[in-house]
Write a new protein. Structure first.
Length: 133
């Protein structure tokens, strides 16, 4: 009957939609794997923080430089690596008290877990939820 044919057509469309969703999910997972690989193999220091400056994620180069494992570095405040207190306060002020500005450039001495200090040129890009260093 016509109703059965329409029902079968609707069912076929649902199956096609489900297959398309599955294909898109697999492609997204592949892209996430590629992005994670690129993130970790990047030789630049790359750190993602929440809006309070607490580290959410850091690549392998950052962990190696600062002397922490990926688990240890999560939750630390990025600004605490700046050795000079007044420079730290200035960086915080520039990022948190600047209306409408989302990109900042800094030159600061940063200290790793071994106490070694290095002059780092760094950039912070701020969006609604995170800060990328």
């Amino acid at each position: 009957t016509a109703d059965q044919i329409n029902t079968l057509k609707l069912l076929a469309k649902q199956v096609i939609n489900l297959l398309e969703l599955r294909k898109n999910k697999v492609e997204l997972e592949q892209k996430q794997i590629e992005l994670e690989k690129y993130f970790n193999q990047n030789t630049d220091l790359v750190i993602i923080c929440d809006n309070d400056g607490k580290i959410i994620k850091a690549n392998q180069s950052s962990c190696k430089f600062f002397g922490h494992t990926k688990l240890e570095i999560v939750g630390l405040e990025i600004f605490n690596f700046i050795t000079n207190k007044s420079e730290r306060e200035l960086a915080l002020k520039r990022i948190y008290e600047s209306d409408g500005i989302s990109r900042f450039h800094f030159n600061n001495y940063m200290e790793n877990a071994k106490g070694s200090k290095h002059l780092i040129q760094w950039e912070a890009n701020r969006n609604q939820d995170t800060i990328l260093f």
